[in-house]
Design a protein around this ligand. Structure first.
Ligand code: ADP
Length: 206
C-alpha cells in the first residue's frame, strides 16, 4: 500500500541513490511534502483508493497494463465498462476495482503519440493526468497510482511524458488538498531512472 512505499525524502536520503541535481522548475512547497512516490512494480498489486489504467477509447480492455488490470480485476470489470460508452482521448471514466486491492479504477485514454502533432499529443496526455486527478478528487481523494500513460504501445517518449505527468500533478496538488499520495508506478528500471531524475525538478524537497 502507498504507506509502505518510500516518500521522496526517504528515497533520496538513502545511501545507494545519488542526490539529483538541484535545478527545480518549481519552488519548494511544504504542502506537497510526503505526497509523491515512485514505485517499480505491477499496478494491479497496488492498494490505493484509485489506480489509473492506460485504456483505449473503447474502454473494453486491451493489451499492456489494460489487459493486466482486466485480468486481475475479473470479468465484472468488463460488465461495468460496457455501460460507459467509451471515452475520447484525454477523457477519464471511473469504475469499481472489483478483485483488485485498489478501490477504484480511473480508465483514461492516452494519445497515440504523433511526432508531427506533438503539441496536440502533449495537450491530450496532460488532460489524461488532469482528468484522472479530478475524478480522484470527486471520489473523495486519498491515494492514486498512475501507470505511465501512452508510453508503451502508444509510443509516447518516456522523458517527455514524465515531464507532462509531473507538471500536471504539481499544478493540481498545489490547489487540491484531498489527494494525500500520488504514486507513479513504473514497470521498467529505465522508466524508474527517468522518474527519479525528473521528479526533483517539480517536487523539490518533497
Ligand atoms: P499505452 O497503450 O497507453 O502506451 P501500455 O499498457 O502499452 O499503454 O503501456 C503503458 C505503461 O504501462 C508502459 O510503461 C508499460 O510498461 C506499463 N505497464 C504494463 N503492464 C503494467 C503493469 N502490470 N503495471 C504497471 N505498469 C504496466
Amino acid at each position: 500500500s502507498p504507506s509502505d512505499i518510500p516518500t521522496l525524502a526517504q528515497l533520496y536520503s538513502s545511501n545507494d541513490i545519488p542526490s539529483p541535481e538541484d535545478k527545480p522548475k518549481y519552488p519548494v512547497d511544504d504542502s506537497l511534502n510526503g505526497r509523491i512516490s515512485i514505485w517499480r512494480g505491477d499496478i494491479t498489486k497496488l492498494k490505493a483508493d484509485m489506480i489509473v489504467n492506460a485504456a483505449n477509447s473503447s474502454l473494453l480492455g486491451g493489451g499492456g497494463v489494460d489487459g493486466a488490470i482486466h485480468r486481475a480485476a475479473g470479468p465484472e470489470l468488463l460488465d461495468e465498462c460496457e455501460t460507459l460508452g467509451g471515452a475520447k482521448t484525454g477523457e477519464t471514466k471511473v469504475t469499481k476495482g472489483y478483485e483488485l486491492p485498489a478501490a477504484r479504477i480511473a480508465h483514461t485514454v492516452g494519445p497515440i503519440y504523433s511526432k508531427l502533432n506533438s503539441a496536440r499529443s502533449a495537450q491530450q496526455l496532460g488532460s489524461c493526468y488532469q482528468t484522472s486527478l479530478e475524478r480522484c478528487n470527486e471520489c473523495g481523494g486519498g491515494s492514486i497510482g498512475f501507470s505511465s500513460i501512452s508510453t508503451g504501445v502508444y509510443g509516447y517518449p518516456i522523458i517527455d511524458a514524465t515531464h507532462i505527468a509531473l507538471e500536471t500533478t504539481r499544478k493540481f496538488l498545489e490547489k487540491d488538498k484531498s489527494i494525500s499520495r500520488v504514486v507513479y508506478v513504473v514497470f521498467s528500471a529505465k522508466d524508474e531512472k527517468v522518474y527519479r531524475s525528473i521528479v526533483p525538478e517539480y517536487f523539490p524537497g518533497s
